[in-house]
Design a protein around this ligand. Structure first.
Ligand SMILES: [Zn+2]
Length: 439
C-alpha cells in the first residue's frame, strides 16, 4: 500500500509530552494517520520518505496537539442564545428541556452536531466528548465529518425522543455501543445525565457495564450547591457519596462540573482516580459555582476542560475556555501561580485524552500517536513580541489564529479555510432551524 507522508515544519512544536518539551525548528513527520517521528529541520532531508512527502511549512506558527473538549452537548448549538441570564434549574426546566421535547429528532441532532463540529474544528478542537439524544445519529455524523468523538450514550429516568424509561435508554446504549464500534473515529461512553435525573438501579448497571467493557462514564456531578443540598434533604446523602456506594468512583468516571466539593470528597476523588471535566464558562454564566481546580491539581487529580453546550457558554472555543480556567483558578485561589500556562495547556489536551482513556493515542505530539494536530499563527499583533510560545498560547492567542487542523492525519483546516466542511451550508441550515424554533 502506498503511504501518505506529510512533513509539518512550524517554528515551534509544543509537544505536551511528559517533559513538556517545546522544540524549535523541528519537523513533525506524519505517515498516513500517525506521527512517525520528530526530527530537526536540518536532518529531515535524510529521511527516506522526504522525497515523496508533502512539506507544509508554517513560519511564525506553533504546532501543538489538537484540543480535547471533554464535555459538550454538540447538537445544542442550535439552541445557542435561546435562553440566557438564568440559573441552571430555571434554564433547564423552563426553557431547554421543553425546547428539546419539542424540537429534537435525528435531523436536529445531525444538523446541530455539524454546526458544533465546524465551530470546534475552526477553533482548534480535534476531539469532543458528547452527551445528547440520538447518539447513533451523532456518531454517524462525527464519522462522516471526520471529527474524533466520544459519543455519550445518554441515560435518564424520564422519557424523551430517544427512549421512554431507564431500561430502554440502557438497552439502546448497549446497542449503539455495539453499532459504532466499527467507526474508526468514534468511540462511546455511558452518559447518565446527572445524579438527580438517574436512579440507583440504572446507575448500578452502568457501573457494571463500564467496568466489564472498560468504557468511560460521563456524568454531570455536583454542578451546583443547590443540587447537593436538595439531594441531602431528600436522601440524607450527598450525590458523590451515593455514586461511591454505586461503585462509580473510579478512573472510568468523568465527573463534569464538581463545583461543590468538601475536603473529604476531594481526598476521595483523588484516591479513586476520578477525572474531572471543568467547564468554567458555563459554570460562570449559569452562576453554578466554581470548581476548586487549583486544589484538585495539587492533589494530582486529572482535571480536563469542556465547553459544555453552546446554549450555556455560549461558544465552543476551547482555547478561550483554557484561558478562563487559568484566570479563574488564580482569582479564586488567591494564587497567581495556580493553573500555570503549562497546566492550562495540559488540561485542554493530554488531560482530556487521559479522561477519555485515549492518552496512548492522542493529546500530545509523540511518535506513534494519531496525527491530531493544530497550528496557531503567532505573528498577529496580540502575540508579538514572542518570548515564549507557551505563554502566548495560554494567555494571548485567540482561536482566530488557528491556521491549520489535522484530525487522524486528514487536513480539516488549511490556511484558515475548511478543507472538508462547507460553512455556508452549515450556517444556512442553522438559520433554517432558528426560523422554525422562534416562530
Ligand atoms: Zn453539560
Amino acid at each position: 500500500m502506498q503511504h501518505r507522508y506529510q512533513i509539518i515544519q512550524a517554528d515551534w512544536t509544543v509537544t505536551v509530552n511528559a517533559d513538556f518539551e517545546v522544540l524549535h525548528d523541528f519537523s513533525v513527520v506524519v505517515e498516513d494517520n500517525r506521527i512517525q517521528t520528530l526530527i530537526a529541520n536540518d536532518q529531515v532531508m535524510e529521511l527516506p520518505c522526504y522525497t515523496q512527502a508533502e512539506i507544509i511549512s508554517l513560519p511564525g506558527c506553533a504546532l501543538m496537539p489538537g484540543l480535547v473538549n471533554s464535555h459538550t452537548h454538540a447538537s445544542m448549538s442550535l439552541f445557542r442564545g435561546l435562553a440566557d441570564d438564568l440559573p441552571l434549574m430555571q434554564w433547564l426546566t423552563d426553557h431547554i428541556w421543553p425546547a428539546e421535547a419539542r424540537w429534537v429528532d435525528a435531523e436536529f441532532t445531525a444538523d446541530g452536531f455539524r454546526l458544533a463540529a465546524a465551530e470546534m474544528i475552526r477553533s482548534g478542537t480535534t476531539c469532543l466528548s458528547d452527551m445528547f439524544y440520538c447518539p447513533d445519529e451523532a456518531a454517524r455524523c462525527a464519522q462522516q465529518i471526520g471529527m474524533r468523538s466520544v459519543i455519550g450514550l445518554i441515560v435518564l429516568d424520564f422519557p424523551s425522543v430517544w427512549a421512554q424509561n431507564a431500561d430502554e435508554y440502557l438497552h439502546k446504549a448497549l446497542a449503539v455501543h455495539d453499532e459504532i464500534r466499527e467507526l474508526p473515529l468514534v468511540s462511546s461512553a455511558f452518559a447518565p445525565h446527572a445524579p438527580y435525573t438517574v436512579s440507583d438501579e440504572p446507575l448500578r448497571q452502568i457501573a457494571m457495564y463500564s467496568s466489564e467493557l472498560d468504557v468511560p462514564v460521563h456524568m454531570h456531578v455536583h454542578e451546583t450547591a443547590a443540587e447537593v443540598a436538595e439531594a441531602q434533604q431528600k436522601t440524607g446523602q450527598r450525590p458523590l457519596e451515593r455514586l461511591d456506594q454505586l461503585n462509580l468512583l473510579n478512573p472510568n468516571l468523568i465527573a463534569v462540573h464538581m463545583t461543590e466539593l468538601d475536603e473529604f470528597e476531594i481526598e476521595r476523588v483523588a484516591e479513586a482516580g476520578v477525572n474531572i471535566a471543568h467547564c468554567p464558562e458555563s459554570n460562570l454564566k449559569l452562576a453554578s459555582g466554581i470548581c476548586p481546580v487549583s486544589t484538585l491539581l495539587d492533589r494530582g487529580v486529572n482535571v480536563c476542560l469542556g465547553t459544555d453546550g453552546a446554549a450555556s457558554n455560549n461558544d465552543l472555543d476551547l482555547l478561550g475556555e483554557m484561558r478562563t480556567a487559568a484566570m479563574l483558578a488564580k482569582g479564586s485561589s488567591g494564587n497567581a501561580s495556580a493553573c500555570n500556562a503549562r497546566q492550562a495547556i495540559e488540561m485542554a489536551t493530554i488531560n482530556g485524552a487521559r479522561a477519555l482513556g485515549m492518552a496512548d493515542q492522542i493529546g500530545s505530539i509523540e511518535p506513534g500517536k494519531l496525527a491530531d494536530l493544530i497550528a496557531l499563527d503567532l505573528t498577529s499583533l496580540n502575540t508579538q513580541p514572542l518570548y515564549d510560545p507557551v505563554a502566548q498560547i495560554a494567555y494571548a492567542a485567540s482561536s482566530r489564529q488557528v491556521s491549520h487542523v489535522w484530525i487522524d492525519g486528514v487536513p480539516q483546516l488549511r490556511d484558515f479555510e475548511f478543507c472538508q466542511l462547507d460553512s455556508d451550508e452549515i450556517i444556512a441550515t442553522a438559520a433554517g432551524w432558528a426560523n422554525k424554533i422562534k416562530s
